[in-house]
Ligand binder design. Sequence first.
Ligand code: NDP
Length: 336
Amino acid sequence: SRVLVTGVTGFIASHVAKQLLEKGHTVIGTARTASKADFLKKQFTQYGDKFQIVEVKDVQHEGAFDEVVKDVDVIHHIASPFHFNAEDPIKDMMNPAVDGTINLLNAAYQHGNNVKHVVITSSVAAIAWAAKPGYTFTEKDWNDETVTEIQKWKPGQEFSRFTAYRASKNAAERAAWKFRDEKKPKFRLTTINPGFVFGPCIHYIEKPDDINTSVALLFAYFKGQRQDVQPPAPNQGYVDVRDVAEAHVRAVERGDKADGERFITVKGSFTWQQVVDILHKRFPEYSKRIPQGEPGKNYETACRTSGQKATDILGINYIDLEQTTVDTVNSLKQFW
Ligand code: NDP
């Protein structure tokens, strides 16, 4: 089939494209950054015309996706800001996330005559929020408090960049389900809600500052740029990017079973202490610069997030923390 992948030059989206190409699909990716698009085209030359890139500069532009949806069967909407540098939480985070999602869904609804399934990359950031000791977050949970908090923000005031990101994911996903309830489109809709995503980078990274947010957090420990191995966060789930990509692909293959469903993709909880312990074990020649923390301690988080539903329905057999950590670091050899 012909599959549209928005933001194809990103960390997760490039893996979704790769898995689709390996399965013989034609992938039309949208991109806004030419250097990243050129790099990915070179990575996928073996697929010839089966991999195409269309420039979509501004996902917030009404009608941005009207043309690209016209002859596709499936859409993976992955483009959305993920960083902690927002200066304005509404303009920099909320609006691109929500408007991008709505523009995409409207395009599919009005112009995507062949579209059968839309998969949207949401996040655990739309689900978990306050520390609830002993609690396990599931697909039933929503952190609407984050949106309320960000909507109260006035220019000039301080705000949490983490809350701004969470609010953007919550609001975008809520908007997608509301769209479905109101418009009753003929296509299926599924969201994939990953925890912290690590794993090999196959997208273009020109310089260390460009490493995508989740991988950059981990890689900073390997480089010795993050020294404090903080006490465990209340809730922190991880997943490998290859499992996240597989969940996107499988959701479409499962058809009706995945329709109207959100799927958390999380292998398990982790703490940065576990990550640095793995780094010492597997990269001993770099031990000097990697922080020690308290080896073997602080492996527990106060609450958890369950990725069981993605195993049960999508058949995801998750990669573990050691493998994902090692593969992340090995994929960034040019920056060692
Ligand atoms: P990346 O930053 O690598 O990918 C983000 C993609 O979205 C890039 O292609 C980027 O384009 C594009 N994008 C961002 N903002 C805009 C915008 N305003 N207009 C057009 N395109 C935009 O990060 P990830 O691959 O990690 O993130 C992909 C998705 O996965 C996001 O929706 C994110 O919220 C979600 N996610 C990520 C998790 C993680 O831990 N990595 C966890 C849970 C969810 P460009 O390449 O040109 O910058």
